[in-house]
Ligand binder design. Structure first.
Ligand SMILES: [Cu+2]
Length: 187
């Protein structure tokens, strides 16, 4: 009995000795599962990525977690849709044919470290961000998402436009940004 107890104690000590060693050997800068963050501002009528030249694509790798933090710094509501091949309605672009996140697990928070809410979703099609609001979208893309995508805002320029004939939207006047997805190293 006693010998078994000693054995157990010994086992626990071994584990607790290994854990700090593993933690120390990991890169000091960033934990491997810590998502890489892009801070993106929305305004009339563009998305601007912090630290990037205006219009430069958001570069993502498959298999790696990302956090895209959107801040509406504009004067009106904006939205975000991730997709490709915008549909054309009466000569204007509305909605994407393919949605990047339609089968991807996504987490949505208010962007704060201690978010007031956390929403887990699969199949995020679009999100709206009110003036001064912040919204963070987190996801990890599978390999079959490699390709050229974009983020676009399809809010109508005319707030009174009917839904079946919305006219020109923010997308048509420049509110879109390319997203380039490449295969990750899976190290
Ligand atoms: Cu917009």
């Amino acid at each position: 009995m006693i010998s078994r107890r000693v054995f157990r104690l010994g086992l626990i000590l071994v584990i607790s000795a290994i854990v700090p060693f593993v933690a120390l050997s990991a890169p000091a800068k960033q934990k491997p599962d810590e998502p890489r963050t892009f801070n993106i501002s929305m305004s009339e009528y563009k998305y601007v990525v912090e630290g990037q030249k205006e219009g430069d694509p958001i570069q993502l790798e498959t298999g790696k977690p990302y956090r895209l933090v959107f801040t509406n710094a504009g004067i009106g509501e904006h939205e975000g849709l991730f997709g490709q091949e915008p549909k054309i309605l009466n000569g204007f672009k509305h909605d994407f044919t393919n949605n990047l996140l339609e089968d991807v697990e996504t987490t949505i928070t208010d962007g704060q470290e201690e978010s007031g809410f956390t929403i887990g979703a699969a199949g995020l099609a679009e999100f709206e961000v009110r003036v001064k609001q912040v919204l963070a979208v987190e996801f990890t893309l599978p390999d079959d998402k490699v390709g050229d995508w974009e983020i676009g805002c399809f809010v109508s320029l005319d707030p009174n436009a009917p839904e079946d004939n919305p006219g020109a939207g923010h997308y048509d006047v420049g509110m879109h940004l390319p997203i380039k997805v490449v295969k990750g190293g899976h190290s």
